[in-house]
Design a protein around this ligand. Structure first.
Ligand code: SF4
Length: 289
């Protein structure tokens, strides 16, 4: 496979063929994100993607999932995406699900009919980096969209029949705004009703503007206790009809895997025990992005 740079995928795409159809992220301005700072957003040549599909057909013929890399492949034109999905079906007919990152901005440029057509063509899983439901936080970190934008686009993904996976980041509101950030994010998730919620804890990445803000004293990062309080507030204010709430990312201090709404009280009780010091937290040196 012709990979350029580090390949980033959602944790639950671990068993997927990673097909890099573009490099980088077309936004690339979120102040906390170091994922693609080393590269511009650029489509890879169709001939290279075709060669990768042929290679995958020869060597990865038993894998049933595929993920389109890098960030925000929904920013590709509708025609290009439809061609890609047709190529996947032709070369890898065993693939039963295809996933991609998507931003609220790129989704807003697709019509409802186009989203439905992409779903019929095989795009089954959309991953949105929501990060926060607090407009003040979204603006401060340069996310480039509002809470209302995110909710509206997430609902359109679900209406098109795709599975909606979102990630949010505790700690992004800083020490001062942490609980408001958590509460607003819980409210956003409740309005959006995603199938899967992945919770990360903010880790500052050297080279990012937020890292520089922290070093200069302009941003205060909550400690482990503060992050847990936010996680508790987030869970307490998240009310979805049915979904997975996963906070077992390597960045988190206390791994959680909950089916909502069934397991919410159990999760809150565990978080209360951890906040009271009765549950051991992951040591800092074991945390990673
Ligand atoms: S968080 Fe997502 S949208 Fe923002 S710069 Fe990173 S990859 Fe791009």
């Amino acid at each position: 496979m012709h990979y350029e740079g580090d390949i980033i995928r959602p944790p639950n795409e671990i068993d997927s063929i990673l097909l890099q159809v573009a490099t980088g992220c077309p936004h690339n301005r979120c102040t906390f994100c170091g994922a693609y700072r080393d590269r511009d957003f650029r489509l890879k040549p169709a001939s290279m993607v075709q060669a990768d599909l042929r290679w995958a057909a020869r060597h990865l013929g038993r894998m049933r999932r595929l993920f389109l890399c890098d960030g925000d492949c929904l920013s590709l034109s509708h025609a290009r995406l439809m061609t890609l999905l047709a190529d996947v079906r032709e070369h890898l007919p065993q693939v039963a699900r295809v996933g991609s990152y998507a931003s609220a901005r790129s989704l807003a440029r697709k019509s409802d009919a186009e989203l439905a057509e992409l779903r019929r063509a095989g795009l089954t899983h959309v991953y949105m980096g929501v990060e926060s439901g607090d407009d003040a936080v979204l603006a401060r970190v340069g996310k480039g969209c509002s809470r209302d934008d995110i909710i509206a686009q997430g609902l359109r993904v679900s209406a098109a029949g795709m599975k909606l996976n979102v990630s949010v980041i505790v700690g992004l509101g800083g020490v001062e705004g942490g609980l408001v950030h958590a509460r607003e994010t819980g409210g956003l998730l409740s309005a959006m009703n995603p199938d899967f919620i992945g919770v990360l804890s903010l880790m500052l990445v050297p080279g990012t503007p937020l890292y520089a803000d922290h070093a200069a004293g302009r941003f205060a990062l909550p400690d482990a206790h503060g992050l847990l309080r936010e996680l508790r507030e987030l869970l307490a204010t998240t009310s979805v009809r049915s979904g997975i709430f996963l906070a077992n990312h390597a960045s988190n201090h206390l791994p959680l895997r909950l089916r909502l709404p069934r397991d919410r009280e159990r999760g809150l009780a565990l978080l209360d025990q951890a906040l009271d010091g009765y549950v051991a937290l992951k040591p800092e040196w074991l945390r990673a992005l």
